[in-house]
Design a protein around this ligand. Structure first.
Ligand SMILES: Nc1ncnc2c1ncn2[C@@H]1O[C@H](COP(=O)(O)OP(=O)(O)O)[C@@H](O)[C@H]1O
Ligand SMILES: [Mg+2]
Length: 236
């Protein structure tokens, strides 16, 4: 399938998942050739800071989604209309929450999540923000889908160094999977896994790249808005 361009989307009507957040991208849904496409777009954000961040984040996401093309359990790449945006298939479903009655105790769901993460790692990609609630959905047919590869890194799995990097950094993803298991199926965790998850929770994960980025952005915006008398950014 051909990569989408701005010209392809320009004249089409869009529905919004999220629009107008100070420093997060707009998320818009388009109908293109009978397929629903999500455009993640930093194009309308103000300031040079966000232009740089938007270019980096959408670049990382586009790169990871390209590498993961054809993989079940992640959105499919549909193009990079410009350097501030990335297009992908829309996932029909809902966010995963610990209280979801269909997911509580659903071992098939967490085992499939483990398999998806293993497949992502085999292609040399580490997600690094899988713990966040916004980044895991349950599709309308009940399977997990991993979203948001803005902090993902890609390595070449054909090289020893690439495999080593995935092995080391991938531990963060595995810890995040265990945290999902703690939320949904705590009985599937061993004592030592539960201890590791609790420790990670205490560390709060604020040092993960995306968290750090969010913190810097909110601080930068806070400093800017206190000069202009604007309100602060909504929390994540
Ligand atoms: N491809 C997609 N299909 C369906 N919903 C999506 C898709 N991408 C994002 N979303 C929705 O938007 C939310 C935020 O997207 P995400 O990529 O995590 O961006 P951010 O971390 O900047 O908020 C997700 O939790 C999900 O509800
Ligand atoms: Mg997210």
């Amino acid at each position: 399938m051909r990569d989408l361009t701005r010209a392809d989307l320009g004249s089409l009507p869009a529905r919004s998942i999220r629009r107008g957040h100070t420093y997060k991208p707009d998320l818009l849904i388009y109908q293109v050739d009978g397929e629903e496409i999500v455009l993640k777009d930093y194009g309308g954000k103000r300031g040079p800071w966000l232009a740089v961040v938007g270019a980096i984040c959408t670049g990382l996401e586009a790169r990871a989604l390209r590498v993961l093309a054809g993989l079940k359990g992640v959105p499919q790449f549909r193009g990079r209309p410009d350097r501030y945006s990335v297009a992908m298939t829309h996932i029909a479903g809902r966010r995963v929450s610990g209280g979801d009655p269909e997911l509580r105790g659903n071992e098939c769901f967490v085992r499939e999540l483990e398999r998806i993460v293993a497949r992502i790692h085999r292609r040399g990609v580490v997600h690094l923000d899988l713990k966040h609630r916004s980044n895991l959905m349950v599709s309308s047919d009940g399977w997990p889908v991993v979203l948001d590869f803005e902090s993902a890194l890609c390595f070449d799995p054909r090289w020893f160094g690439g495999r080593l990097a995935v092995r080391l950094l991938g531990r963060l993803d595995l810890l995040a999977v265990q945290n999902w298991k703690r939320r949904l199926c705590p009985h599937t965790l061993s004592e030592s896994e539960m201890r590791a998850v609790r420790l990670a929770r205490r560390l709060r994960g604020w040092w993960l790249p995306r968290r750090l980025l969010d913190l810097l952005l909110s601080l930068a915006h806070g400093a800017g808005s206190s000069r202009t008398g604007d309100g602060g950014p909504p929390g994540r």
